[in-house]
Structure formats: C-alpha cells, structure tokens
Design a protein around this ligand. Structure first.
Ligand SMILES: C[S@@+](CC[C@H](N)C(=O)[O-])C[C@H]1O[C@@H](n2cnc3c(N)ncnc32)[C@H](O)[C@@H]1O
Length: 196
C-alpha cells in the first residue's frame, strides 16, 4: 500500500505553483529527500516535458516506488537511493534540484551536505529550490513552528528548524546565489538559488 503524507496533500499545489516559473522545457530535475514521492508525482504530471528524478535514503524507496509506478509517467523514472550525507555528486548534470521539508528534519551536518550535493550536481545557471519552515535571524516565525521544532528535537536532538540566513550563507559558500525567497502557507518559505 502506498504511504500517504497528509502534509503533501495540503501543500503540493502551492509548491507546484511556486516552482512552475523555474521549470524549463526539457529540464532535468533531481529531488532530494523525496519521502513518499508525492511532490514529484504532482509536479511531473503537470510538466510532462520536465524529467523528474525522485531520490531519498534507502528505507523510503519502496513507498516512493509505489507512487512512481502507479503514476506511470514517462518523465518520472524509477526513484534512486541517494543519501546526501555520503553521496558524491555526479558531474553537474541537472538543470534543477528541489528539496522540500528536509533541512529542518536533519542535523546541520546533513543540511549542509544536502546543499553541497545540490550545488555539485547542478549545471552552471541551474536552479536550487528549497521549501520548508525557517527561522528568521534566530527567531521562530510562528507558534506552529515552535511546536514543530520541539517535536523534531524530541526524535533527533541534532535536528530542528534552521535559520534562513544560515542556509543562504551556506548556499553562497557552495556557489549558489539567492534569487528569491517568498512566504508560503502555514509559515513555510520557498527559497530559490541559482548556481554561478
Ligand atoms: C519530513 S520528510 C520530507 C519528505 C518530502 N520531501 C515531503 O515534503 O513530504 C524528510 C525527508 O528527508 C529525508 N532525508 C533524511 N536524511 C537524508 C539524507 N541524508 N539524504 C537525503 N534525504 C534525507 C528523509 O528520508 C525524509 O524522506
């Protein structure tokens, strides 16, 4: 049976709408930490000329594959196992890299590794798009994010909501220039970078 992430059902349309202007025809996109794969299915269905590669750590593969196979889309190939913490980026082959709700879910080391991997796998001029909750100069932006952070840390003390400014700095160190950062529903943010 397919795993269903309820949050994806709520936020998939706003995310797809925010991403749409950055998707170019025939673009090759990689998603890091796809989870169930629902975002990828939703986006690939609406952009048949974009090839969307789902990926995540090994224990999510079965669920992602269930979504990918049921979708049966020519532009949504088999998901791949990709642990950003110990994977070496391929040659810069992707036009875009997308990741949703991953940077707060992991510790700072892995968050940095995700950004490094994204940069390493992007072609020059490529797009890195990040969705999720972020703090603003050390402050939570909502009560909901305070509760989320508490829950995150109760399961993994090293995880938690990151400062947006720290993400932007880390990205800059990896050659990723900030293009835009916009508010999204439920106190999330959509941040877009371009590879130099
Ligand atoms: C909160 S879930 C988000 C899933 C999906 N992107 C979404 O928005 O529904 C966080 C995801 O990060 C993935 N993740 C954790 N560590 C990772 C790593 N080292 N490399 C790649 N993905 C990782 C988890 O497996 C999980 O699927």
């Amino acid at each position: 049976m397919k795993p269903v992430a309820e949050a994806c059902l709520r936020n998939q349309q706003p995310i797809a709408d925010a991403l749409a202007p950055w998707l170019q025809a025939a673009g090759q996109w990689l998603e890091l930490g796809s989870g169930t794969g629902q975002h990828g299915v939703y986006i690939a269905e609406r952009h048949p000329s974009v090839r969307w590669q789902l990926s995540d750590v090994a224990d999510t593969l079965e669920g992602m594959r269930a979504w990918q196979q049921e979708a049966g889309l020519a532009n949504l190939p088999e998901p791949i196992v990709l642990d950003a913490a110990d994977a070496v980026p391929p040659a810069p082959v992707y036009d875009g890299v997308f990741t949703a709700n991953t940077l707060h879910f992991v510790g700072w080391e892995i968050a940095q590794a995700i950004i490094t991997y994204a940069s390493g796998s992007l072609k020059s001029g490529g797009t890195f798009a990040v969705y999720g909750p972020f703090n603003d100069n050390g402050s939570y932006t909502s009560d909901g994010n305070i509760s989320l952070d508490k829950w995150l840390k109760s399961r993994d003390a090293s995880s938690g909501i990151k400062d947006e400014q720290a993400i932007v700095d880390r990205a800059a160190n990896c050659g990723l220039m900030l293009m835009s950062a916009t508010d999204m529903p439920a106190n999330n943010r959509f941040i877009v970078f371009q590879k130099n």
